[in-house]
Design a binder for this molecule. Structure first.
Ligand SMILES: NC(=O)c1ccc[n+]([C@@H]2O[C@H](COP(=O)([O-])OP(=O)(O)OC[C@H]3O[C@@H](n4cnc5c(N)ncnc54)[C@H](OP(=O)(O)O)[C@@H]3O)[C@@H](O)[C@H]2O)c1
Length: 238
């Protein structure tokens, strides 16, 4: 199935994995709509996308903002959501209110976009969520993300059943070089990436493009639904 002429919405399309998905989708001849909170980030991202691109500022944690966004864009063909933001920290040390920020963002944000986007999907349409390797391979200080990712994987299967024939899938990335790690010092980040690369069976950490290709596969493959596609370099085997 080709994406040419289709309308694809990418929440989180202003950065990292989402931006790479948007670039690939536009290259295939689809009209890509990128959505995130920062106008400045969206405008910078749009400059790197070759093809038909529109941008919208939306905060996916705000139900009204998401509802208004979908009312404005109308019918479309595929929804991808790679957006997330929130603090991590050791279970006994992270304030519960802070843990809830991550849940509000990555879990409820994706939930809102599916809820208001699904009724507008054209025949053959799909939803692709983003989870992450932490659901299968937890690390100290990431319990809330492990829980959010596991919850989203359950939601993926439930919605694939309940929303049929809309296809609902998820991509579970491993460690990927994206602006997600911009909060670390350059030295710490490089050390983390090189130690992870050394331990992974594939001998490297991912570039955003390695993960983005999985979203295109799930959008295009009309026999895939209820799937969590693990693109993690064999991380759980470490
Ligand atoms: N990078 C990794 O190593 C890795 C590993 C496993 C899983 N993942 C998962 O992969 C996904 C993408 O990660 P990434 O590395 O590409 O992150 P990223 O570069 O930080 O991009 C996150 C995107 O989400 C948007 N966003 C955040 N909160 C939002 C909100 N409330 N409403 C709308 N947009 C929002 C951001 O834009 P604005 O700031 O403009 O809103 C940005 O476009 C996340 O779910 C992450 O947990 C990443």
């Amino acid at each position: 199935m080709s994406l040419r002429g289709q309308k694809v919405i990418v929440f989180g399309g202003s950065s990292g994995i989402g931006l790479s998905v948007a670039e690939l989708v536009a290259k295939e001849g689809a009209h890509v709509i990128i959505a995130s909170r920062s106008r400045e980030k969206l405008e910078r991202a749009a400059r790197s996308i070759e093809g038909e691109v529109s941008l919208h500022t939306v905060d996916m944690t705000e139900e009204k903002s998401v509802r208004d966004f979908f009312a404005e864009v109308g019918a479309f063909d595929h929804l991808v959501n790679t957006a997330a933001d929130g603090p991590k920290g050791k279970f006994l040390e992270l304030e519960t209110t802070q843990a809830k920020v991550m849940m509000e963002s990555k879990y409820w944000g994706q939930y809102h976009t599916a809820k208001f986007g699904a009724p507008l999907l054209n025949k053959g349409g799909s939803i692709t969520f983003t989870t992450g390797v932490l659901s299968r391979k937890p690390m100290v200080g990431t319990s809330i993300l492990s829980a959010v990712n596991g919850g989203l994987e359950g939601l993926t299967r439930a919605l694939a059943f309940e929303l049929q024939p809309i296809r609902v899938n998820a991509v579970s990335p491993g460690i990927v070089k994206t602006p997600l790690y911009d909060g670390m010092s350059e030295a710490d980040r490089e050390r983390y990436f090189s130690e992870t690369a050394e331990a992974l069976p594939v001998g490297k950490v991912a570039e955003a493009r390695d993960i983005a290709e999985a979203y295109l596969y799930l959008m295009k493959n009309s026999f895939s639904t209820g799937t969590v596609l693990h693109v993690d370099g064999g991380h759980p085997l470490m």
